[in-house]
Ligand binder design. Structure first.
Ligand code: SAH
Ligand code: DHB
Ligand code: MG
Length: 224
């Protein structure tokens, strides 16, 4: 199996099942034009996030890692009237592009973009004592994955979902001797997931336009 075949299959699936309206297309085009890396979730992955958010009746969603707002559009579109997505981004340029992309997609009023290092923003969010998040999507700098998980968990309730992107990294996750901070951080996340009694989790490998990777999904089963 080659990456080329995976891409063909993704195209086949996306053509049949996944919306690709002008706002989503423009979000990717404008992100590329702004010089951002092409690392947004794939269309069928964005749709998966959207379906999971709807399945869990999410009214409050947390995203760590906005980039150009592509995954944020998918998540925000799952929200009911009055629902809210808070998305955290380090790079103010990314946040600016995301803001325009979210506006064009018609969801700007549902989304709050907070600019700064996510660890700091998460600490501030926790101190605000808002209602818990129904779903969290962690997709920023991978070396902080375990810390992001802990902070998302602290702001979750029983029944919340926590989803983490890019947990396989072309199989790199099994390399216990690597110095790659992204892999080290992801392995720390799996240690946390396996030891945390408040969650029940799985992870699946994925192939497609983004190569060989995977995502972890944790269901919060205990109260804080
Ligand atoms: N979720 C997006 C992709 C996010 S890419 C999508 O699928 O469409 C990862 C993003 O995390 C980048 O925009 C990067 O600038 C941001 N990031 C990296 N380190 C960060 C940090 N410490 N705090 C917040 N955001 C960070
Ligand atoms: C990278 C980050 C992502 O969020 C992703 O989905 C793919 C790749 C990266 O930093 O290489
Ligand atoms: Mg990602």
């Amino acid at each position: 199996m080659t990456e080329h075949a995976w891409t063909n299959v993704d195209e086949y699936l996306n053509e049949r099942l996944v919306e690709n309206d002008p706002a989503l297309q423009a979000a990717l085009a404008d992100s590329a034009a702004a010089g951002m890396p092409a690392i947004a979730v794939a269309p069928n992955q964005g749709k998966l996030l959207n379906l999971l958010a709807r399945l869990s009746d999410a009214r409050r969603i947390l995203e760590v890692g906005t980039l150009g707002g592509y995954s944020a559009i998918w998540l925000a579109r799952a929200l009911p009237t009055g629902g809210r997505l808070i998305t955290l981004e380090l790079n103010p340029l990314h946040a600016q592009v995301a803001e325009k992309n979210l506006a064009r997609a018609g969801v700007r009023d549902k989304v709050e973009i907070r600019v700064g290092p996510a660890l700091e923003t998460l600490a501030r969010l926790a101190s605000e004592k808002q209602a818990p998040f129904d779903l969290s999507f962690i997709d920023a700098d991978k070396q902080n994955n375990a810390a992001y998980f802990d902070r998302a968990l602290a702001m979750s309730r029983r029944g919340s979902l926590i989803i983490v992107d890019n947990v396989v990294r072309q199989g790199g996750v099994t390399d216990g001797r690597t110095a790659d901070p992204a892999i080290v951080g992801t392995r720390k996340l799996f240690d946390r997931l396996s030891q945390e009694p408040r969650v029940d989790a799985t992870a699946i490998q994925t192939v497609g336009v983004k190569g060989w990777d995977g995502l972890a999904i944790a269901l919060v089963i205990g109260d804080a």
